[in-house]
Write a protein that binds this ligand. Structure first.
Ligand SMILES: Cc1cc2nc3c(=O)[nH]c(=O)nc-3n(C[C@H](O)[C@H](O)[C@H](O)COP(=O)(O)OP(=O)(O)OC[C@H]3O[C@@H](n4cnc5c(N)ncnc54)[C@H](O)[C@@H]3O)c2cc1C
Length: 384
């Protein structure tokens, strides 16, 4: 018997792919355009993911999960192929999960992880502030020591899912220093006095999952809601983000494949100069290039996910995860752009699905560390 290479999906992953593909086609695809058009939170899709038990996928077996980043990526890819927002519901839940798994105490894990796994709890992750997104050390939100914990003051923007979340993992500086090491993470619960959720962004893409401003006015955070020892939060969370980065990349692969599906169907039906558009060689080569790039991205994503599952850490993982995120999301943008081109004017019309892919692809190059920041990570590790 031969051992399967990490680039091949195992039996479990193939079963997840078959299940998610069927559900995505039958139940998710028919809702995708409406979710994007209205920008309303897709509670029905959340319920569907909960019913299917899919939130558990990356969780350790102790929480009823499959403990598999590769399986998680496959699920995100298949949903992302038909509906960015439904795939996003999984991703937005898994980012705070990863940080608590990496840095949480036993008590924090017992309190928060089972609910995140079975869908009873929703969560968000919040770093970005008006004056600083990429520059994490530039945050101004501060947690000042008081008896039994901290008082949190400040504000955040672009906190996705905060409007529907039970708790949020929030970055704030402690002590007097303004250095990176002063950044720590705290679990802010929705009923805490002084915490509020503000305005929802009107977005170009990723429209179904709300991104909002959030505010902290003297919010008391008990000591037991700090993630990891004070001074170590930043390192713990950055390592956790490296591990969840393949999931972001998987969204790019799914989006690109979905854009190809739509483009292929369109050029097969559309005629020009007395022949099907698909029979022009220039068009065929475009389609082939779109698939070449997408297949390459898929390989990088599965490789990075398999590396997480194999326990790779530190720079060895960071570079693979950054390469996968960067390539897959740049590919999503290029493929979605070419797909719109193949649709002609119909690509611009809201009557057709393809401009949704184009708008959502742009988001992917910016979130979870812009692609310039990913290139910084890659070159820093190469040149160290
Ligand atoms: C749909 C959406 C959802 C989001 N959800 C969340 C969320 O849930 N939680 C959260 O905390 N944040 C969230 N964000 C914010 C996101 O993480 C930030 O937008 C991102 O990190 C970039 O920060 P910025 O927008 O402040 O851009 P800036 O950091 O101001 O960057 C501006 C430009 O300069 C470039 N740049 C900056 N520094 C460098 C450098 N050193 N080298 C090269 N180029 C550089 C950037 O790549 C970018 O092109 C979300 C954003 C979007 C669009």
């Amino acid at each position: 018997m031969t051992t399967p290479s990490p680039f091949e999906l195992g039996e479990d992953q193939r079963a997840i792919r078959a299940l998610v593909r069927r559900v995505a086609e039958e139940k998710v695809a028919p809702r995708a355009a409406e979710i994007d058009a209205t920008g309303d939170y897709p509670q029905d899709m959340y319920d569907l993911l909960t019913e299917l038990g899919l939130f558990t996928l990356p969780f350790p077996e102790a929480y009823g999960g499959a403990d598999s980043m590769l399986s998680s990526c496959v699920a995100v890819e298949e949903f992302g192929r038909v509906c960015y927002n439904t795939a996003y519901l999984l991703v937005v839940q898994w980012t705070p999960f990863g940080t608590i798994l990496a840095g949480g105490t036993k008590e924090q894990k017992e309190r928060f992880l089972p609910g995140l796994a079975n869908g009873d709890l929703r969560a968000a992750f919040s770093l970005t502030e008006p004056q600083s997104g990429s520059d994490v050390a530039g945050i101004k939100t501060r947690a000042t020591r008081v008896d039994g914990g901290y008082k949190l003051n400040g504000g955040k923007i672009w906190c996705t899912n905060s409007a529907v979340s039970d708790f949020i993992v929030v970055a704030a500086k402690t002590g007097e220093s303004d250095e990176r090491g002063a950044v720590n993470f705290f679990i802010v619960e929705k009923d805490m006095d002084g915490f509020s959720v503000g305005r929802k962004e009107d977005k170009l893409g990723a429209r179904g999952v709300p991104s909002s401003t959030i505010f902290f006015e003297d919010v008391f955070i008990p000591e037991e809601n700090r993630l990891g020892p004070e001074g170590e939060g930043f390192k713990i969370v950055m390592e956790a983000l490296n591990k969840s980065r393949p999931i972001i990349a998987a969204r790019g692969v799914g989006l690109a494949q979905g854009a190809i599906d739509h483009a292929q169907a369109f050029i097969s039906e559309r005629h020009a100069f007395g022949q099907a558009v698909k029979d022009f060689q220039g068009v065929r080569w475009m389609l082939a290039d779109m698939q070449i790039q997408t297949e390459a991205a898929r390989g990088l994503v599965y490789k990075a996910a398999a590396a997480v599952d194999a326990g790779l850490e530190g720079n060895d993982l960071a570079i693979q995860a950054a390469i996968a995120k960067c390539h897959a999301t740049d590919t999503a943008m290029q493929v979605a752009t070419d797909a719109v081109q193949l649709f002609g004017a119909s690509g611009i019309s809201n009557e057709y699905p393809i401009n949704r892919y184009f708008r959502d692809a742009k988001v992917l190059q910016i979130v979870e560390g812009t692609n310039q920041i990913q290139r910084n990570i890659i070159s820093r590790i190469m040149l160290r």
